[in-house]
Ligand binder design. Structure first.
Ligand code: AMP
Length: 429
């Protein structure tokens, strides 16, 4: 299968060749012809599958064929949950549109609006935006969405997690109802299906991979370790393995800062990326990480969305996420576009329940090991009777007892309350 056979024009084929892509990825093979036909598409594709080119290439081709000779109103809008993803998608739009007469820009919060407004005033065909800043600019009369022909919701699941549903609905009301809609999501929850039903018209369903599957090329491992020994273990792994580029996840911003400081104290160059950092600091950290000046990037889940670091070899979950889908997103940072990668999770006893939830979602057991010198002293799960069983090398999830089901139910409850919490802090993440 070639890009040419998907119906792309020469300018786009040239751009794809310039990027060094030989063959279209599965999501590109499926989505590009449908989008070119003008269909609404509901695509299940996690980051790393080539989804951005999957919607950008046909979108640019359609826009190229419908351009008004004099005016340049915004005709395509790509909404993303985070600033990093917005910047990344916009870079791709520029790269893929390099040989077309197409103008594009990106708007997101955390930076001054003045330059963004000035660029929009000059006329842009494609606008990539995060919902909050887009609404601010629309409210100020700095832009109009009345001529939008194509709407893309990228990483729609994360937009819902971040509480953007109301903003998305508001943005919908500012656009003409006759338009092409493309919705990309890594997971297909009930909420996503509901959102899709309200936006897409007779959508064609496209799945890059089975629902919630992880990239096959990613080796996943769990290292059981006590909480207080995690920093020492991670320092050892990075130093002795001579790992040069490691993306590490913590659950909180404070945890990310603390870990970054400890790594730097151990002479491992590191930077944190999270919502409390200024946009300038985030961009600098990411650039330093990409060009190998910084060895470890410590990130929170939301800040990490949209980070596209080609050939990222190591992802470490310093702490496991309490939402199993976030684990899939995290490890999707490695093994991208066919490359091999390793995802390691440092798991203390309190997190074993999260391991079970993840295994349930993946329908796969995670290989569990103990590193010599880091044998966990605490093997008693909270709320469970003390078991003095010997440490098993491979973790086999046991059949749940009623107490465990209750625990998982209560976490599901806390999951919905976490969503509510995110609503208030969404613009800072
Ligand atoms: P995405 O899933 O859109 O974040 O893309 C993941 C990575 O794959 C990006 O670095 C793209 O540049 C790269 N990529 C996209 N399409 C292809 C392709 N057909 N062949 C090789 N790499 C690709």
């Amino acid at each position: 299968m070639s890009f040419k056979s998907l119906g792309l024009n020469n300018a786009l084929l040239k751009a794809v060749e310039k990027q060094g892509y030989d063959t279209p990825s599965p999501i590109q093979v499926k989505a590009i012809p449908l989008i070119l036909e003008g269909k609404d598409v509901l695509a299940s594709a996690q980051t790393g599958t080539g989804k951005t080119a999957g919607f950008t290439l046909p979108m640019l081709q359609i826009l190229d064929g419908t351009r008004h000779p004099k005016f340049r109103p915004i005709r395509a809008l790509v909404l993303t949950p985070t600033r990093e993803l917005a910047a990344q998608v916009h870079d791709n739009v520029r790269e893929y549109g390099a040989f077309l007469n197409m103008k594009s820009t990106v708007v997101f919060g955390g930076v001054k609006a003045k330059a963004q407004i000035a660029t929009i005033k000059q006329g842009v065909d494609v606008l990539v935006a995060t919902p909050g800043r887009l609404l601010d600019l629309e409210n100020q009369g700095a832009l109009s969405l009345r001529r939008v022909e194509i709407l893309v919701l990228d990483e729609a699941d994360r937009m819902l997690d971040m509480g953007f549903l109301r903003d998305i609905k508001k943005i919908m009301s500012m656009m003409p109802s006759k338009r092409q809609n493309l919705l990309f999501s890594a997971t297909f929850s009930r909420e996503i299906k509901q959102l899709a039903a309200g936006i897409l018209k007779n959508p064609v369903l496209v799945e890059a991979e089975p629902e919630n599957s992880t990239a096959e090329k990613v080796t996943q491992k769990v290292y059981r370790v006590d909480k207080g020994k995690k920093t020492e273990l991670v320092t050892k792994l990075i130093s002795e393995g001579n790992w040069r580029q490691v993306l590490m996840f913590t659950r909180t911003k404070h945890g990310a800062n603390k870990l970054t400081k400890k790594l730097i104290d151990s002479k491992i160059s590191a930077a944190a990326i999270h919502g409390n950092k200024s946009q300038g600091a985030r961009t600098k950290a990411l650039a330093g990480f990409k060009n190998n000046d910084i060895r470890v990037l410590v990130a929170t889940d939301i800040a990490a969305r949209g980070l596209d670091i080609p050939l990222l070899p190591h992802v470490i979950n310093f702490e496991l996420p309490n939402i199993p889908e976030d684990y899939v997103h995290r490890i999707g940072r490695t093994g991208r576009a066919g490359a091999k990668g390793e995802a390691i999770s440092l798991v203390c006893i309190e997190e074993m329940e999260y391991v079970r939830e993840i295994e349930k979602l993946l329908k796969q057991k995670l290989e569990t090991e103990v590193i010599e010198g880091f044998e966990p002293k605490n093997n008693d799960e909270p709320g469970k009777s003390n078991s003095k069983k010997p440490q098993r090398k491979n973790h086999t999830p046991k059949k749940r007892n009623p107490g465990e089901n209750k625990a998982s139910r209560s976490r599901n409850d806390s999951r919905s309350s976490r969503r509510k919490d995110n609503r208030s802090s969404r613009r800072s993440n």
